[in-house]
Design a binder for this molecule. Sequence first.
Ligand SMILES: C[S@@+](CC[C@H](N)C(=O)[O-])C[C@H]1O[C@@H](n2cnc3c(N)ncnc32)[C@H](O)[C@@H]1O
Length: 168
Amino acid sequence: MGSIIPSSDTLCRRIAGLVARKEDEVVVELGAGTGVISRALLAAGVPAEKLVVVEIVRDMADHLRAALPGVNVICGDAFELARDLPKALHGKVGTAICGIPLVMLPLADQQRFVSAVESVAPGKGFLLYTYCITSPLPYRKLALSAKREVWTPMNFPPASVWRYQPAR
Ligand SMILES: C[S@@+](CC[C@H](N)C(=O)[O-])C[C@H]1O[C@@H](n2cnc3c(N)ncnc32)[C@H](O)[C@@H]1O
């Protein structure tokens, strides 16, 4: 399920608090919309040059580029990261954050997304924020492990952040 209301400050801060990256790694936000989470990531200390935002809608990508100086905004498809993320960043993703409402997609498309992330961030998985009460992804079918890292009522609607990683 998606929301037409941007994520709250609290949710954005909680997401930013989950981000980890080594010095040479980037944080990749997939489906940034208005950029509220991107701004929280910058406020939490992610250097602009280490933040990569992938947004499929050209007008939104243009808006993000103007609003987020120094951030690498890519107008591209999160399901085609092997193609759309610069090769130099493959294997250099510390954390990937997904703002695309994957819950609404068929399993085959969810699998395509999981594979796309795995192709550029092997073993890392991704964070997914959601308004679902239970896991928005059928993680066992997708060969993922799942952990709810955050639940907050300080968002409309109340939101959770899940961490999905390839199951071992
Ligand atoms: C729910 S909005 C994110 C909202 C934002 N994080 C916020 O809280 O305001 C989802 C965003 O993902 C983008 N999007 C959808 N499919 C995408 C794809 N395949 N690749 C990249 N971005 C995509 C949409 O254009 C939209 O901006």
